[in-house]
Design a protein around this ligand. Structure first.
Ligand SMILES: Cc1cc2nc3c(=O)[nH]c(=O)nc-3n(C[C@H](O)[C@H](O)[C@H](O)COP(=O)(O)O)c2cc1C
Length: 181
């Protein structure tokens, strides 16, 4: 699959087949995702993948999803859930711990966002569906899965073999998005 096709045809997938995803495949996707760019190549993104059925069931609850039923359903039906985190205090920081720019700590979420999109595109190329979820309660997730204190959660990403082929939601084109100066 060429890059442009992959970018255009990747969709958010919220319904999955009842089929496990091999760990080797997930490992391969992470190894490719590691080529995503990051602040001074700090590579702060971490990929914690929950593929244990019991743990998935525990994560798929209303408190984790802020009561958003659509997210609960996607989590429940997933073969695996990526808890995408970043190591705090490196991306966007100087060695002495001060912020490098006026964006302060926001570069770490920026890096995590690039990692998320890269992971989702590679997963798509490998025949997997994903959906980035922003509606999640970090404290509730930490009750189910142990996450190192020096990391913060950037997104939850349910993963699985797609059971739907959604049409692309409409996109703005360059006439609305682009300005030249
Ligand atoms: C930062 C971010 C947060 C999102 N949060 C959610 C979410 O909580 N639940 C959900 O179903 N989709 C979520 N989405 C997916 C968007 O709704 C989706 O990308 C958008 O509608 C475009 O559809 P497409 O991904 O199929 O192109 C999120 C996407 C992003 C980038």
């Amino acid at each position: 699959m060429d890059l442009v096709t992959g970018i255009k045809e990747r969709r958010s997938i919220r319904k999955f087949q009842d089929k496990k995803v091999p760990r080797e495949l997930l490992e391969e996707i992470v190894n490719i995702s590691a080529y995503a760019p990051s602040w001074k190549n700090t590579q702060v993104a971490r990929y914690m993948i929950v593929d244990d059925e019991q743990k998935i069931a525990e994560l798929a609850n209303e408190k984790v999803a802020y009561g958003f039923e659509g997210n609960v359903a996607a989590l429940k039906g997933a073969a695996a859930i990526l808890i995408l985190t970043y190591v705090k205090g490196r991306s966007g920081y100087e060695r002495d711990g001060s912020f490098s720019t006026k964006k302060e700590d926001r570069w770490q979420m920026f890096d995590a966002g690039i990692a998320a999109q890269t992971f989702c595109l590679v997963a798509h190329e490998k025949g997997l569906g994903t959906v980035i979820q922003g509606y999640f309660d970090e404290d509730e997730i930490r009750k189910v899965v142990e996450i190192p204190e020096d990391q913060e959660i950037a997104a939850l990403i349910p993963i699985g073999y797609p059971d739907i082929e959604p049409a692309a939601p409409p996109r703005k084109d360059a006439s609305k998005l682009l300005t030249f100066r």
